[in-house]
Design a protein around this ligand. Structure first.
Ligand SMILES: [Zn+2]
Ligand SMILES: [Zn+2]
Length: 97
C-alpha cells in the first residue's frame, strides 16, 4: 500500500501538480497567488480522490505565503477545505449589530 509520502514524491503527482499550478497558482486557503504546492480539496485520507485533478487545488506549501505569511498547507492539514476556510470566515468582523 502506498504511503502519503510515496504519493507526494511520485512522478504522477509532480506531473499533476505542474499541470494544476500552470492553470492557476491562486491558493485555495488564503486566496493569494504564487502557490508552490497542490493539496486535496477533500482529503485523500477521508476518501477523496487522490489522483483526480478536480480534487486538487493550488496551495502554499512549506515556504508559506509571501503575502500573508500563512502556512496554508499545514494550516489545512488533513481537514476538508470547507472546514478550514470556515474557520476564517465564520466571524464577520465587519458585521453591524
Ligand atoms: Zn495560501
Ligand atoms: Zn496568502
Amino acid at each position: 500500500m502506498a504511503t502519503e509520502r510515496d504519493e507526494l514524491t511520485s512522478y504522477d503527482y509532480r506531473q499533476t501538480r505542474a499541470r494544476i499550478l500552470a492553470a492557476s497558482d491562486v491558493c485555495i486557503v488564503c486566496g493569494h497567488g504564487a502557490s508552490d504546492a497542490v493539496d486535496h480539496i477533500h482529503p485523500a485520507s477521508k476518501g477523496g480522490a487522490r489522483r483526480d485533478p478536480d480534487n486538487l487545488a493550488p496551495i502554499h506549501g512549506v515556504a508559506g505565503c509571501l503575502v500573508c505569511l500563512r502556512k496554508c498547507n499545514s494550516e489545512k492539514g488533513n481537514r476538508p477545505l470547507a472546514e478550514v476556510v470556515q474557520l476564517h470566515t465564520s466571524v464577520d468582523w465587519f458585521a453591524g449589530p
